[in-house]
Design a protein around this ligand. Structure first.
Ligand code: BES
Ligand code: ZN
Ligand code: ZN
Length: 472
């Protein structure tokens, strides 16, 4: 449960407080002893943060970074996260936030604090309950509406983190579609789920091929938020890779640092669902559709094999060369399906290639596509939300390794340039403005990084929400 957040006019005395300042002269307004003041001044010369422990309270200072605006904003988020870690350690339940510096810092500070207040403790006997339960905001520049919006976005991010952290023993494809139905009921968007029979009748050959080795049926879920006041005439379609577990299939992955992380291979779908959740909860005037093909990828008696030739939903034939390149197969079917909406823009998100983290580690997703304008806008939003992106090309040359002598395409390509090659494979199934976001490096962390926890991060939810909020 997130803490209760209220606005206050005046600061309380003897309370844990965070002061956001842009210069140390502002310390005059804080009642500090001479030695405390000296300590804070010295500390803030070198660093952005200083903490005074005045048992049972903490006085925390964050000095604005002298940098570009989006970097200042991110420094404020990180300070909020550092403050949260202090609070948790000291089991402090109620805190207040006060601003002397520039107006745009309080909200990101609060955002970093809230995004830190997450743990996946469903399967633990001992739940962790040391987080604060009350936050008081003494800043007139922050409105109740902004706080409400932030809380809803944060809850959406937590939904995607939970989905990513759920193991296959709980989150099968069917369960996944049910979880999205629950989210739809909560936030007010529509969810329709195609079962295996329906998927077979539609001949979604990519999704069905990957599912052949599984004892659990696949699902194809359609999420839709279409408010009366939608600004766009044609919908925006979000497509998410929903591989609930990727063993690699018969092209089996090794376990350490590979298969052992693969419950996160539905991270793209989780972000699609949580972005639509945030949009619906905040009633944004935008028509969005989410498409989520879901299955696990496993070896079994009937599993698809290298050498197979499959026919996709749009009739394209694909020679399978590696069963571990499965994501593109089910995404391709969903991308072909998206054509029926005559979309204004399609964005797919997928933990698609192991080469994506080789490019930008966990610092950025890898983006490519055929629509320069949306890509530039997304890049801008990426800086503002600090869910950044790095662009790679989709040159014609990347299509060459995907040729096949027995089918229209092969699903492997080559090792070098794999992130672009996989994008090139997807491009074949699009005929509309489209962006592909490879989130393999950012969806799941092996250790905590400030307000991003270990495990599922939800990276992409805030990016899509703010991008679509500005969309017109
Ligand atoms: N799900 C993996 C990609 C992945 C790797 C995601 C590491 C997150 C972390 C994907 O299905 C895959 O196995 N891709 C292969 C493709 C290759 C066989 C062409 C890869 O990138 O190694
Ligand atoms: Zn794979
Ligand atoms: Zn995969």
């Amino acid at each position: 449960m997130l803490p209760k957040i209220s606005k206050i006019q005046e600061l309380k005395e003897n309370q844990t407080t965070a002061f956001l300042i842009d210069n140390t002269n502002q310390l005059e307004s804080v009642s500090l002893t001479d030695s405390e003041k000296k300590y804070v001044e010295e500390k803030l010369k070198e660093e952005q943060e200083a903490s005074l422990f005045r048992y049972p309270n903490i006085i925390f200072f964050h000095k604005e970074k002298d940098a570009k605006k989006y970097l200042q904003t991110e420094a404020a988020r990180k300070a909020g996260a550092a403050f949260f870690d202090n609070l948790k350690k000291e089991k402090i339940k109620s805190v207040q936030i006060s601003r002397f510096g520039k107006k745009h810092l309080t909200l990101p500070f609060l955002e970093g604090l809230l995004l830190s207040d997450y743990s996946f403790s469903k399967y633990k006997k001992k739940k962790d309950d040391n987080a604060p339960d009350e936050i008081l905001i003494a800043d007139n520049a922050v409105s109740e509406e902004q706080i409400e919006e932030l809380v809803k976005i944060t809850e959406a991010v937590f939904h995607s983190r939970n989905l990513i952290n759920e193991p296959l023993s709980y989150l099968t494809a069917k369960k996944y579609s049910e979880e999205m139905e629950k989210m739809g009921n909560e936030a007010g968007f529509k969810v329709e789920v195609f079962n295996k029979k329906k998927i077979e009748s539609l001949r979604m050959g990519g999704l069905l091929a990957v599912n052949k080795g599984s004892i659990d049926p696949p699902t194809f879920s359609i999420l839709e938020w279409n408010p009366e006041n939608a600004k766009n005439k044609k919908p925006i379609v979000l497509v998410g890779k929903g591989v609930v577990y990727d063993t690699g299939g018969l092209s089996l992955k090794p376990t350490p640092k590979s298969m052992d992380y693969m419950k996160s291979d539905m991270g793209g779908a989780a972000v699609v669902a949580s972005a639509i959740y945030a949009i619906a909860k905040n009633k944004l005037p935008v028509h969005v559709i989410g498409l989520v093909p879901a299955t696990d990828n496993r070896p079994d008696g009937n599993a698809y094999v290298p050498g197979d030739i499959i026919t996709m939903y749009d009739g394209t034939t694909v020679e399978i060369r590696n069963t571990d390149a499965e994501g593109r197969l089910l995404l391709a079917d969903a991308l072909s399906y998206a054509k029926k909406y005559k979309p204004e823009l399609v964005i797919d998100l997928a933990t698609l290639t192991g080469s994506a983290p080789m490019i930008a580690a966990h610092h950025a997703l890898i983006a490519m596509g055929n629509n320069e304008d949306s890509l530039q806008k997304l890049k801008q939003t990426g800086e503002e939300t600090f869910e950044r992106l790095v662009e790679v090309p989709l040159w014609e040359e990347f299509g060459k390794p995907l040729k096949s002598s027995v089918a229209d395409l092969n699903n492997l390509g080559a090792r070098e340039g794999q992130t672009s090659i996989a994008g090139k494979f997807l491009e074949h199934f699009t005929d509309y403005p489209w962006l592909h976001l490879d989130i393999a490096g950012v969806a799941f962390l092996h250790e905590k990084d400030s307000y991003r926890p270990e495990g599922g991060t939800g990276f992409g939810t805030r990016l899509l929400y703010h991008f679509l909020k500005k969309f017109n």
